[in-house]
Design a protein around this ligand. Structure first.
Ligand code: DGT
Ligand code: MG
Ligand code: MG
Ligand code: MG
Ligand code: MG
Length: 269
């Protein structure tokens, strides 16, 4: 196709290719979810429906897009890790980020009624996105550890905070005052001695967040059989082994997870 005299405007587009051989991470975060959670009556501090919906959207992103080897989510955020040698859309950061964000946001609206049966969606939610490139396995693991530590710190704080408000009748300001200067052990002690809650027994999904990795699963489907003629019309069970993004709620900070799933991290090069 001949170039029109206007084609020079292409030169104004900036190059946003992600550095080769590095891990590309896209992190999404719900826009103003403090307000969104209030308006949609999310349970405090953790709403199971909301967390499962987030994970369903992340699974859709992994299945619909290319080259995502792992995702990690907590609260209103999800991080997606693309394989180091991915050449999807020539590694353009804007393609990675916008495709993840738009696929996630449309899935959030699409699947909403499955998770919030009695709670209508009151307005369209949005998600911000960023791309960060990590040069080696250690920095990628440290990134994921950072998010999981964030999950733990926030969940412990929120669990005590809402126990003080909902069960002990403190105002939010009083609860905040009460927790000022406390360390993790103090918070666990308040939970145990005042509310009979052993933090260790809280659900793993709340404490650790959700890790999605590809796992082989056997899927059984029933199909109408065409041939041969004598059994035509009969139903037959077919089983197929497929890779699916399965949810785990485990520690990803220690080495055990990475040793158990050596296929995730390729060799540093
Ligand atoms: P942003 O991200 O700067 O646009 O603003 P926010 O309000 O989304 O702030 P962020 O992302 O730092 O914090 C997440 C908010 O989402 C936080 O206020 C609590 C809320 N949220 C997330 N998950 C849950 C949940 O399961 N239950 C409740 N009640 N709130 C949640
Ligand atoms: Mg924020
Ligand atoms: Mg947010
Ligand atoms: Mg957030
Ligand atoms: Mg197009």
């Amino acid at each position: 196709m001949a170039k029109s005299k206007f084609a020079y405007v292409r030169d104004f587009e900036t190059d946003d290719t992600c550095l080769p051989h590095c891990w590309v991470v896209v992190r999404l975060d719900g826009r103003s979810f403090h307000r969104f959670a209030e308006r949609h009556n999310f349970a405090k501090p953790n709403d199971k429906r909301a967390l499962h919906l987030m994970t369903r959207c992340a699974q859709t992103v992994m299945e619909e897009l290319e080259d995502i080897v792992l995702a990690y989510g907590q609260s209103d955020e999800y991080s997606f890790v693309f394989r180091r040698k991915s050449n999807w859309f020539k590694r353009r950061a804007s393609k990675f980020m916008t495709l993840v964000a738009s696929q996630f946001a449309s899935s959030y609206v699409f699947y909403w009624p499955e998770y919030f049966e009695d709670q209508p969606l009151l307005y369209p939610p949005g998600f911000d996105g960023r791309v960060v490139v990590y040069p080696n396995n250690q920095t990628l693991k440290d990134y994921l550890s950072w998010r999981q530590v964030d999950c733990h710190i926030n969940n412990l704080y929120n669990t005590v905070f809402w126990a003080l408000v909902q069960q002990a009748g403190l105002t939010p300001v009083q609860a905040q005052e009460r927790l000022k200067g406390t360390v993790a052990a103090d918070k666990q002690e308040i939970l145990f001695s005042e509310f009979n809650i052993n933090y260790n027994n809280e659900p793993l999904m709340y404490k650790k967040g959700t890790v999605l990795i590809w796992q082989k699963v056997e899927e059984v489907t029933t199909k109408e059989v065409k041939l041969p003629a004598e059994i035509e019309g009969q139903k037959m069970k077919l089983s197929q082994v497929r890779a699916r993004p399965l949810a785990l709620h485990c520690d990803i900070i220690g080495d055990a997870f990475w040793k158990e799933h050596p296929e995730i991290l390729e060799e540093d090069s």
